[in-house]
Unconditional design. Structure first.
Length: 216
């Protein structure tokens, strides 16, 4: 498995498109230059996860989660489809956006945080504490639980954040490769493979923001 360097300007542009208004671009900027000196250090490279078999239709959500995603064949029985964006990085901070799209024919209602389990490359459960809110990980704005109604074709998103931990890139040991995500506790989970992996390792914490409706 190769290690791919990520340029900071590309990172910030991508994250700004993903999470406009949620404060993450500013937080990534603060991570890269905490003293505001203008001399920013180069971010550590992210680990690329194995290629996923997710349908190509998931790809647009990686750059700009937005309502109006088409419904169609391949929609799970739950009536919702989960996809993830590329993992972005600034120094020790990692972030990715998870998008939930109503691909069914009836309204879907959300209120709170996604239910998440992280598994390693061998699909074994990882000892990861999933936080409701960014918590001690970063000062990212969290809308908190609030009612969200998705009409067919509309989407909502949650931002996942964690701190970098060194991993064995040959085996991705210590890296979450498979992530099981449900709209809420007790609901059916879907398994996704975030592009870039979740290099949580021994840091052991994954922060999530509450579901919020994607821009029209």
């Amino acid at each position: 498995m190769s290690v791919i360097p990520v340029r900071r300007m590309v990172i910030l542009a991508a994250v700004a498109a993903l999470t406009a208004g949620c404060g993450l671009p500013a937080e990534l900027d603060r991570e890269a230059d905490p003293a505001r000196t203008g001399a920013r250090e180069r971010p550590r490279p992210a680990v690329t996860a194995p290629a996923t078999n997710a349908p190509a239709a998931n790809a647009p959500a990686a750059t700009a989660p937005a309502s109006g995603a088409p419904t169609g064949p391949g929609c799970p029985d739950t009536g919702t489809r989960v996809s993830t964006g590329m993992v972005t990085a600034a120094m020790g901070l990692r972030a990715t956006t998870v998008t939930l799209t109503n691909c069914g024919e009836r309204d879907q209602r959300l209120n709170g945080y996604p239910d998440v389990r992280v598994r390693d490359v061998e699909r074994r459960p990882m000892n990861v504490t999933v936080l409701k809110g960014p918590g001690p990980i970063t000062q990212l704005e969290d809308p908190g639980p609030h009612p969200v109604t998705l009409k067919p074709g509309e989407s909502a998103y949650s931002v996942f954040v964690w701190r970098y931990s060194a991993v064995d890139t040959a085996t991705l040991r210590g890296s979450g490769v498979y992530v099981e995500i449900a709209p809420a506790a007790g609901a059916a989970r879907q398994t996704v493979q975030p592009e870039g992996g979740l290099d949580i390792g021994e840091t052991g914490m994954l922060g999530t923001t509450a579901w919020q409706k994607a821009a029209e």
